[in-house]
Ligand binder design. Sequence first.
Ligand code: SF4
Length: 333
Amino acid sequence: MTVNQLSATSTDPALQVSDLCVDVDTPAGRIRLLDGVSLSVRSGERLAVVGESGSGKSVMARSILRLDDSFHLSGSIKVDGTELVGLPERRMERLRGSKVGMVFQDPLGALNPLCTIGEQVTEPLRVRGVRRPEAERAAIAILGELGVAKAAQRMRAYPHEFSGGMRQRVVLAMALIAEPDLLIADEPTTALDVRVQEQVIDLLHEVSTERDLAVILITHDLGIVAGFAERVAVMYAGRKIQDDAVGRLFAEPAHPYARGLIEAVPRLDQKMQRLVGIPGVPPHPGARPSGCAYHPRCPHRMEQCEVEVPRENPLATGGLVACHLYPADRSAQ
Ligand code: SF4
């Protein structure tokens, strides 16, 4: 059975994550990195996952592709209807690249300095048995599509001969050459200067639209989210605390943490104002506060917040929020 035959139905979302928990064993015992996260992304949709360091956003990305053997997963991760939790590693290997592509933060680290660009971009096809001439034609086409000039000649170059922005285009070509349905980009612009950051984000937007590709952009930088994503999932301390349309989240952030993140972003469309940071630091995964993990930093905390984990409830304006200020019976009215 081929990977594509593993798909369930064409109406399945590109990705459906349900109640995903991720634990890891440490010398101090087992700790929970991700706690009951659910989200879905449909074909062609661009979802940004945001949050401070340690919020669990990269753990989620790596768990979807099952990149860490040390992670213990429970819950469900379905890609085009195929359940990945518990899927044998041999089948996961076939699925990586062909169904889900991934772009990492550091393009230089993702490339082998001893192999040519051509060898590396063709590899995802070669390991699937595609003949070299055909794989090279596809590599030249995708590099050209992603803005690498004189792609045929540059196939013989090595990574050190490329600029940071060009290297990220090569990594993107490697992720896209086998035509996945879902692309996960984990902080893809962190190592790049501002001008190149913009080009890479524009390129991701373009490939998502042209290929009807579902894209998850993992970032701590809300500044790049507004022009890219349709929806935003906000993570805090291993949980998803708000999931909303990008316009609504920026205009009316419901969760106090989401509000804090947005108030800390400089706005070019408003007069000079003082930026307000969020007091305190995110908790260590092994020492998360009881109840709502945000309560020690939250200006709206109530007694209930210290003991009871808030459930995700629908907001009256659309979207979902996990906060006791929005109980189920009030939030959706
Ligand atoms: Fe603040 Fe309570 Fe809402 Fe948590 S549940 S964000 S502590 S108001």
